[in-house]
Design a binder for this molecule. Structure first.
Ligand SMILES: *[C@@H]1O[C@H](CO)[C@@H](O)[C@H](O)[C@H]1NC(C)=O
Ligand SMILES: *[C@@H]1O[C@H](CO)[C@@H](O)[C@H](O)[C@H]1NC(C)=O
Ligand SMILES: *[C@@H]1O[C@H](CO)[C@@H](O)[C@H](O)[C@H]1NC(C)=O
Ligand SMILES: *[C@@H]1O[C@H](CO)[C@@H](O)[C@H](O)[C@H]1NC(C)=O
Length: 663
């Protein structure tokens, strides 16, 4: 799990770096085990500052000074300010978990500093939480002030068998450490281990930022304690000023005072003692408890734990609504837009605002009242599911947040209208550049490589690192949007979920993929998996390095042509001449090699996205030799008739042609 996590982390770290220095960071981080475990971030969306402003430079100064303060902070804490005059003055602090070493603290703050700017670009106010540290900045002073919003909670999905007895012990222990932490003079930090049975322990932690008074710290901790989940094996609850956590396994390093013994209490029901989980268990649920920030269009950014929660196949998720009715804003509500707002934003879906038409409906550009640009997808299809399920799926898809994914900001559901609101990505889609003889020249090799890498990372996130395993099923050039810095952003992911298409097998008439990008098993039998996405990724990669569509090309599909050239030792013939020079040749060829691995006929031997990212990022790993690619020969005039598609698995000598006709 550590190594997985490290990958994620380094991937996100790399964003601002050029590709060559990126490799360095990537490999370096990959080798270190002690990475910060990302938890969550928060940035209300209506406090943007102007890029290149004085505030921005102050913020950068602030973050740098916090980062250097972390190398040697007395209490794992420091506050700082940058800039003199109030509107441009930036305030910030970090707090490391009380038990971590200075070097862990330093690493965590350095990571947080990088990440916070990516997660919350141009935000005056943001906070990011890790297991090991928290980093926060604002344009007004919050030092020594207790702040309880937003409050977040993470719960272990495992239930305990003896909730009543457990709750008593837990309450008593938390009470004790809350008092101890509040009265702390340096750090406001306390942990306690309780021996429940011979096999079972309880570990607890409480911490406040040391700038709080004892009274405030105590109030903050009590509030968080009341937010903890009930009946669970573990959980934590945290906010800007403090945090509490309990688990049945040790999650902190501090040599705690000798464990206290549980006073013998009658265990009413459970006969069999529970076995303590081995190591860190990873089934958790994250819940927003009470985000009642009174800001116009607050977006609750509940982005889930990157890799810590990674668990193939089984993913658990639940969203619990706030307990106090109207006072609490549930996650669903915060994602919901009024129809009137969207109508005003898009000028009543005017023709001028139309950006295009995708598989699921028309897309319009709009501007929200707070000035934010958005793209609104007006869904044409009715999905089968009810509104509740629709909202749930939206909520899940909205949680998929990655620099290389177009972000879903919310939705609108009124009457017949079903609208999805996305972040607006300014630079059109990749095909607009790639397949235009003039515009193609703007994409030199370093840019194309950046695009390839970004797409690979986005796909890796969808497949492995998000809490849900999302199979895209329609990865293609026109679904890759480019932002102003030519970062690729994958769009249209999660649509199958929103439309409740069967998650394991598509019936043939529902295939959502696009011809040319579909793997044979998907096109012929409707079978899709992460490996069918890998196939589409391979085709996309091919198109990027060839600057051509995977259409018929010299009597063959581009993919077949590329394979033949590779086999004949003349791979350079297939590449876009505009991008191949002596500097880029080896890297371009390596990408072609990876592409051919991705489009192999047998899904089992296609690499996973994890492997693809590794192969792309390290030149020291030699990829295996590709075997036969699979691709379609589409007979002229029969394009729309599914029953006449043929696959042509190409044999080594390129002549044997197997015809497979699905029924
Ligand atoms: C912080 O920024 C907000 C706008 O985002 C502004 O309304 C507020 O006055 C600023 N605070 C200070 C102290 O300058
Ligand atoms: C900010 O500055 C950088 C370099 O100094 C420049 O490339 C960028 O276009 C500027 N952005 C804005 C919004 O002015
Ligand atoms: C840190 O916060 C305290 C108030 O809690 C303030 O007096 C001090 O000036 C701050 N330090 C810096 C470097 O801003
Ligand atoms: C734990 O209990 C809750 C209700 O008390 C239930 O919804 C949930 O499914 C249970 N979880 C497990 C893993 O048994």
């Amino acid at each position: 799990m550590n190594s997985c996590y490290t990958i994620c982390l380094s991937l996100s770290l790399s964003l601002s770096l050029s590709s060559s220095s990126f490799f360095f960071v990537f490999v370096q981080n990959f080798g270190t085990a002690a990475a910060a475990s990302y938890l969550n971030f928060f940035c209300p969306r209506n406090s943007l500052f102007t890029p290149n402003s004085t505030y921005e430079s102050n913020l950068n100064t602030l973050l740098s000074s916090l980062s250097s303060a972390a190398t040697n902070s007395t209490y794992g804490f420091a506050n700082a300010t940058a800039g003199q005059t109030p509107p441009d003055r930036a305030y910030g602090l970090f707090l490391c978990r009380g038990d971590v070493s200075n070097s862990t603290c330093n690493d965590c703050v350095a990571t947080a500093k990088q990440r916070i700017l990516r997660r919350c670009p141009n935000q005056r106010l943001s906070v990011i939480w890790y297991d090991e540290c928290m980093l926060r900045h604002d344009n007004s002073s919050f030092f020594s002030a207790m702040d309880l919003r937003p409050a977040l909670m993470v719960q272990h999905s495992g239930n305990i068998t003896d909730p009543t007895a457990f709750a008593q012990v837990l309450a008593k222990t938390l009470d004790k450490i809350a008092t101890r932490a509040s009265n702390g003079t340096g750090k406001k930090f306390a942990v306690e281990e309780v021996i429940m049975t011979s096999l079972r322990r309880l570990y607890t932690l409480a911490q406040c930022t040391p700038d709080l008074t004892a009274l405030d710290c105590n109030s903050c901790l009590r509030a968080m304690i009341s937010n903890l989940p009930k009946g669970r094996k573990g959980g934590r609850s945290f906010t800007l000023s403090c945090s509490v956590r309990f688990e049945e396994y040790p999650f902190y390093n501090a040599p705690a005072p000798p464990p206290s013994y549980l006073p013998p209490s009658p265990a009413p029901t459970s006969a069999a003692p529970e076995i303590r989980p081995k190591g860190k268990s990873n089934k958790f649920t994250v819940i927003i408890i009470a985000v009642t920030i009174p800001l116009g269009s607050v977006m609750v950014l509940l982005s889930l734990i990157c890799c810590v929660l990674r668990r193939k196949g089984k993913k658990m998720f639940e969203v619990i609504k706030g307990k106090n009715g109207a006072k609490e804003l549930t996650a669903v509500e915060s994602l919901q837009f009024d129809l009137a707002t969207i109508q005003a934003a898009t000028n009543y879906f005017s023709h001028e605002n139309k950006l295009g038409e995708g598989g699921f409906g028309e897309v319009f550009q709009g501007r929200l009242p707070n000035g934010q640009q958005v793209a609104v997808k007006r869904l044409s299809q009715r999905s089968k599911q009810g509104d509740g399920e629709f909202k749930n799926e939206i909520l899940l898809v909205a949680k998929l947040q990655h620099i290389n994914l177009v972000r879903l900001l919310g939705f609108c559901l009124e009457g017949e209208e079903k609208l999805l609101v996305y972040e607006f990505v300014p630079n059109k889609s990749l095909d607009y550049f790639l397949f235009d003889p003039q515009k193609r020249r703007q994409l030199d090799w370093p840019l194309r490589y950046k695009i390839i890498f970004g797409i690979a990372r986005g796909m890796l996130y969808l497949h492995e690192d998000s809490r849900l395993r999302i199979i895209h099923r329609d990865l293609k050039c026109s679904n890759i949007l480019l932002d102003s810095e030519i970062n690729p952003k994958i769009s249209d992911f999660g649509m199958a979920r929103i439309f409740e298409v069967n998650q394991t097998q598509a019936s043939t008439n529902k295939i959502v993929g696009t011809f040319g990008y579909m793997s044979p098993e998907y096109a012929m039998h409707g079978e899709f998996s992460v490996k069918s996405d890998v196939y589409s990724f391979g085709i996309l990669l091919l198109e990027i390095i060839c600057g051509k569509k995977n259409n018929l090309y010299q009597d063959e599909y581009l993919a077949g042509y590329a394979w033949n050239q590779w086999r004949d030792g003349t791979p350079l013939k297939v590449l876009d001449p505009a991008i191949v020079d002596s500097n880029s040749r080896d890297q371009v060829l390596r990408c072609l090699h990876i592409c051919l691995l991705c489009i192999q006929e047998d899904p089992a031997i296609r690499p996973t996205m994890t492997t693809v990212v590794l192969l792309l990022s390290s030149n020291s790993i030699t990829p295996p030799s590709p075997r036969h690619p699979a691709f379609f020969v589409q007979m002229k005039g029969l394009e729309s008739d599914q029953s006449t598609r043929r696959t042509m698995p190409l044999s080594i000598n390129g002549v044997s042609l197997t015809e497979l006709c699905p029924r």
